[in-house]
Design a protein around this ligand. Structure first.
Ligand SMILES: [Zn+2]
Length: 437
């Protein structure tokens, strides 16, 4: 089938995985839709669950929560990391970097790409950067920059039939791979824009730019950088354009049922259209960042029915979108780091109870905190998050969740300038980090 074909072409390390087991990519192994009857097991906890905070969230980090911000979670803990405010002056440069702080290769490495500007860029900031715009821009990036350094794969199909793209920049046969993913939560759709502009940076300055004193061409020959800009494309479309953006009548009915049950339980008092703009889940009403196999039974999901947020699903990795990311990580590549973009709070979650890659995750978070100009590092409790799974699984992967922006989602376009300035270099930092270990 198509996805398998694309995979086989796409990434070198997958070829070595051409053994039984890679068939996990097949649709037939995706979990079935939930049986309506199973949802009736929702218990009396419904009425005691905290209300969705749909009104203005408190400023700053507190509005985010476990495992990325489960902004609505009531049962998990956030512990400010007392070690997060250490002196980062000895840590390598990021945004606003010190040109003298790089390696000895500085003289030959050329200009730091963060000091360069793409003229007439393909990717242009717009308030509702859509799935369709992303697809158009992917093709336009290919046309402008060629495909020598860019490989476009799909890693799965959403519940409503949208492709989940994995855009690989650099050497697909590199010994190390890093993943940057965003928009797992629907309304956080400024991050796909951020990531598409990061991709254009990488392509535009591949041969002329450097990062941290190393040529990008050198960095990207050693590290393949995977971008999954829109992990939850149905949710993004729903949040941006409303119910008509969903093709499936069954899913539209399910979304309406989410609104009915959330309204009946007092979890929302918004009108339907406004409620949809605040949507976080996938089109099946599952909050994907509670859906991973990481302390899932204890996951601090706040709700037991499909909803705009907070419902963890009937089992770990029950959703095609979460399955797609798990398949990508299980593809046989050596993953050195995963960077998860969420919004909002200008904070970084880097830890979880039982973290198998604690020191490396902390180091990555420290570097990112410095590069962003001081995003605060926080511990995240709870479970079920993609980051949590990466840190807890066999062959764990250092991972952090970066919460961009400082206003409620969906964020207005006016927020993008600061989000971009703080996070432009994030992908290069992750790739550079991969070479440290
Ligand atoms: Zn989020």
């Amino acid at each position: 089938m198509k996805k398998s074909r694309i995979y086989a072409i796409g990434i070198g390390c997958l070829i070595s995985l051409a053994v039984p087991g890679t068939a996990a990519l097949a649709d037939t192994q995706l979990p079935a839709m939930e049986a309506p009857g199973e949802e009736s097991s929702a218990s009396s906890e419904e009425t005691s669950a905290p209300a969705v905070q749909e009104t203005a969230a408190p400023a700053g980090a507190e509005s985010a929560g476990p495992g990325e911000g489960a902004e609505t979670s009531g049962s998990s803990t956030i512990i400010r990391d007392s070690q997060s405010r250490t002196d980062y002056s000895q840590i390598g440069p990021g945004i606003g970097l010190d040109q003298d702080a790089g390696s000895q290769n500085q003289e030959t490495a050329g200009t730091e790409f963060t000091a360069m500007t793409v003229s007439d860029p393909v990717v242009k900031p717009v308030e509702k950067y859509s799935y369709e715009q992303m697809k158009t821009d992917i093709e336009a990036l290919k046309a402008r920059y060629g495909t020598a350094h860019m490989t476009v794969n799909t890693i799965g199909t959403s519940a409503d039939g949208r492709e989940i793209y994995d855009i690989v920049i650099g050497n697909v046969n590199a010994g190390k791979h890093v993943l940057i993913q965003g928009a797992m939560h629907a309304r956080e759709y400024m991050n796909p824009l951020l990531m598409m502009k990061q991709i254009e940076d990488a392509l535009a300055f591949y041969d002329t730019g450097s990062y941290n004193g190393r040529k990008l061409s050198d960095l990207l020959s050693q590290v393949a950088v995977h971008f999954v800009p829109m992990s939850n494309p149905d949710g993004v479309a729903l949040s941006q354009f409303g119910l008509d953006a969903i093709q499936s009548a069954e899913l539209r009915e399910r979304i309406q049922n989410c609104y009915a049950s959330d309204t009946a339980a007092g979890r929302t008092s918004l009108d339907f259209d406004t409620y949809l703009t605040r949507w976080k889940a996938n089109a099946r009403g599952v909050d994907l960042n509670y859906n991973f196999d990481a302390l899932w039974n204890n996951a601090s999901s706040t709700w037991l029915l499909p909803s705009s947020s907070g419902y963890k699903g009937l089992g770990p990795v029950s959703e095609p979108e979460s399955q797609a990311l798990v398949n990508l990580i299980n593809n046989g590549c050596t993953w050195a780091a995963v960077l998860n973009y969420h919004s909002m709070g200008n904070v970084i979650y880097w830890d979880i109870e039982g973290n198998q890659v604690k020191a490396k995750s902390q180091h990555l978070a420290q570097l990112m905190s410095a590069a962003t100009g001081g995003y605060q590092m926080l511990y995240s409790g709870g479970g079920g998050g993609f980051k949590d799974w990466l840190q807890l699984k066999d062959n764990p992967v250092p991972s952090i969740t970066v919460e961009t922006g400082k206003v409620d989602c969906p964020m207005p376009l006016s927020e993008f300038e600061s989000v971009w300035a703080q996070n432009r270099a994030g992908w290069a930092l992750a790739a550079d980090f991969a070479l440290l270990y």
